[in-house]
Design a protein around this ligand. Structure first.
Ligand code: XMP
Length: 508
């Protein structure tokens, strides 16, 4: 496959995804990965990613020149281009102005294999400050834009470098370009598809686990569910799942999970009702971070207690996916690796367990594909994300059972109506938030004094930035009427029209 050396660009995961979409395995490793390790991986091609640094900066991330002598094709993207130029004796100019946005790429020689199926002129996406001014020896400029040398190559040595970002969709033929590098230059074969993946994963799990037992914390979310079904396919009843009812779940969540995975797949699932413990420990807690910590701690404790009861379990399975892995090996230093999600915690100390993480190599969309191939129903695969702390961070102020019950009902109406109006799959994440604010209302002849709730619906692809969903007024009216009429405890509803940033998707 292809190895991507990570120099810290926000687009790195996209490079790997674009390559994988073509049916070729790609993995991301930090730029400081040792040459010996690269030789061990034996990639068919190496991609040097973009990154925020300037090659002239003190402590600019760099690599050994030996990389260009391995006989493996290299493609440098943006910073990867500047670094290649700099290391091989060319010149890079420091610019004080950024070139950011669309540009027109003009190809000099359309017959080159790296430009197969690309027109002479096409739109590409630029995001850089520095740029190449003098080529290293043996290199030729093979494409340009108005303001920069866009693609250079040493065709004898199969070293290519581009200033634009072929991995983003704003580069209209970027995907073709990457495909040409992967197939025409690196001579990769298509061997990455999810059917193969399942077969291989099942064999690996069988071999690793042998006759031992495995436990897994099943949340009902996509990752842990796909992991459960995949492991169950491999080892059947040697897998036990623990489903923790925190009292902060959505309506009928426990039933839904038991039905889908317990009944339909016959997976051994133990449903642990720990709601009193969670709600008890949340008494008086109003600070959002403290809530998260309290919930996270309870969760780990409950799970560990259950784990101890299973005498023969030797493996702890987790639905860790590739972005989690990349994040934890981030090149930006330890501060960037901190993640307060309690489900990616690794192994608690002193635990005599081995980790089993069969989705470690997969991106979210690949996990979904695996799930579909395993026959998990669409309505479970296409679910919106649900945070680990659950309704706990959607009840502002103190969390009580009474409030959780009110919120559960309102949330259920909102989600069901989204399904009824074929809107659920059009928005990325939708839910209701309960505020610690009461207001006056009138119901029949009676004055009411009840809670205010807020509908939140966000559109996003990466959850890092998001806009509020432009849901139709008629739809909002229907949801509002239903919630206010049917849910006792709520007499006023607002719609959140904040984008992220500066707001976040959740309210806490
Ligand atoms: P924010 O609110 O930061 O959320 O815009 C981005 C995405 O992350 C989810 N989220 C969490 N997920 N534990 C989780 O497992 C958490 O503590 C947590 N906080 C936010 C949120 O639902 C959204 O999808």
């Amino acid at each position: 496959g292809i190895v991507i050396l990570d120099f810290g660009s926000q687009y790195n995961q996209l490079i790997a995804r674009r390559v994988r979409e073509k049916g070729v395995y790609a993995e991301i490793v930090p730029y400081f990965t040792k040459i010996e390790k690269l030789k061990e991986i034996k990639p068919k091609g190496i991609i040097l990613s973009g990154g925020p640094a300037s090659v002239y900066a003190k402590e600019a991330p760099t690599i050994s020149k030996e990389i260009y002598e391995l006989g493996i094709p290299v493609l440098g993207i943006c910073y990867g281009m500047q670094l290649t130029t700099h290391l091989l004796g060319g010149e890079v100019a420091r610019a004080d102005k950024q070139e950011f946005g669309k540009a027109d790429l003009i190809i000099e020689d359309k017959s080159l294999p790296i430009f197969k199926n690309m027109p002479k002129a096409s739109q590409v996406w630029m995001s850089h400050a520095d740029h190449v001014t003098k080529l290293p020896e043996g290199f030729k400029k093979i494409a340009y834009t108005d303001s920069s040398i866009a693609v250079i190559a040493n065709m004898e040595k199969n070293i290519y470098a581009v200033q634009f970002h072929p991995e983003v969709t704003h580069s209209i033929y970027g995907s073709e370009f990457l495909g040409n590098f992967v197939f025409s230059i690196c001579k990769c074969e298509k061997n990455w598809d999810m059917g193969n993946y399942i077969e291989k994963a099942v064999a690996d799990i069988k071999e690793k686990v042998g006759d031992k037992e495995v436990i897994l914390g099943l949340s009902g979310g996509v990752d842990s569910s796909v992991a459960a079904v995949l492991i169950h396919k491999a080892i059947g009843d040697q897998l036990t799942c623990i489903f923790v009812d925190t009292g902060l779940l959505r309506k009928n969540e426990a039933e839904k999970v038991m039905e889908t995975y317990g009944k339909n797949y016959n997976i051994k699932i133990k449903c642990v009702d720990a709601s009193e413990r969670f709600l008890g420990n949340l008494k008086g807690v109003t600070d959002p971070e403290k809530k998260r910590k309290t919930i996270g701690k309870d969760f780990i404790e409950v799970f560990n207690e259950e784990k101890k009861k299973l005498k023969n379990a030797k493996f702890l399975a987790q639905g860790t996916i590739y972005p989690d892995v990349i994040e934890s090996q981030s090149v930006k230093g330890p501060s960037a690796t901190i993640k307060s999600h309690h489900n990616v915690g690794g192994l608690p100390e002193g635990m005599d367990f081995e980790l089993l993480e069969p989705l470690r190599e997969l991106f979210k969309d690949e996990v979904r594909k695996v799930g579909r191939e395993l026959g998990i129903p669409d309505h479970m695969i296409d679910r919106h994300p649900f945070p680990g702390p659950g309704l706990g961070i959607r009840i502002l102020g103190e969390v009580t059972k009474e409030k959780a019950d009110i919120l559960r009902e309102a949330d259920d109406i909102f989600i069901k109506e989204l399904w009824n109006h074929a809107l659920y799959n059009k928005v990325s994440q939708a839910f209701v938030v309960l505020l610690p604010v009461k207001s006056v209302g009138v119901m029949g002849d009676e004055r009411t004094y009840e809670y205010t709730a807020v509908l939140r619906s966000a559109d996003t692809t990466d959850f890092m930035t998001a806009t509020w969903s432009h849901l139709p007024y008629e739809f909002l009216e229907k949801v509002s009427n239903r919630i206010i009429n049917e849910v006792k405890g709520i007499n006023r509803l607002a719609y959140d029209i904040s984008s992220k940033p500066p707001a976040t998707i959740e309210w806490e």
